[in-house]
Write a protein that binds this ligand. Sequence first.
Ligand code: PGA
Length: 254
Amino acid sequence: MRKAFVAGNWKMNLTKNEAGVLARGLAAKAGVFGGVEVGVIPAFVHLDAVRAGLEGSPINLGAQDVYFEKNGAFTGEISTAMLLDMGVKCVLVGHSERRHVLGETDALCNKKVHAVINAGLTCILCVGEKIEERQANQTFNVCKTQLVEGLKGVDKSRAGQLVIAYEPVWAIGAGLTATKEQAQEVHKYVRGELAKIFDQATADGLRIQYGGSVKASNAGELMSQPDVDGALVGGASLKVEEFLGIITAAASKR
Ligand code: PGA
């Protein structure tokens, strides 16, 4: 049985003080998580404040990105060692905003996946199609390429450090959500591709989160799908009650 994993991607939002308040608010509610693994992913500059706010709670601290080199002359970048030093447990790689706003390629994502895994961190690799790709029936192809290229060279013995997030780009921040059928169809496809990359047992053990305008009001039906193992949440993760509603929906999966 896969343990549901709900992570809140706070993106480029909040002040340090607001991030600390949100972290403390969530930590205070950890008693109602119902066995769901929960993570929050603040901006780099808020990691320390959020770590302090989460202290004593089971909530994992995550980072939104990382650079693949260990250290050196890479102005503006952040290393895995820096993230470990801040108490980070999981790292997003290839979020659609990194791919489509900042121009990250599958080859760069692959280097980041290796860096994260080699550092002993959990990697949440994000995949998903743009609206024009869905309309051109390219959804599966796009996800397949992002998986195959992103996971190139990753040994199946490392699969325990991997989580996949399927996030249709057209649903992110748009108020549009994939229907539960659309989500399940792609999640099932992704699991099938993971079985080809690793093997069936490994694929069956991997968690695949859904992301894209997940809210408390739509989380229940998305989480009801057999291959949806949690959520990667943007906007709705900035409010304690809304995020808790999503966690509660995921708890019903167990
Ligand atoms: P959203 O963002 O929930 O605001 O659509 C999801 C994500 O980008 O991970």
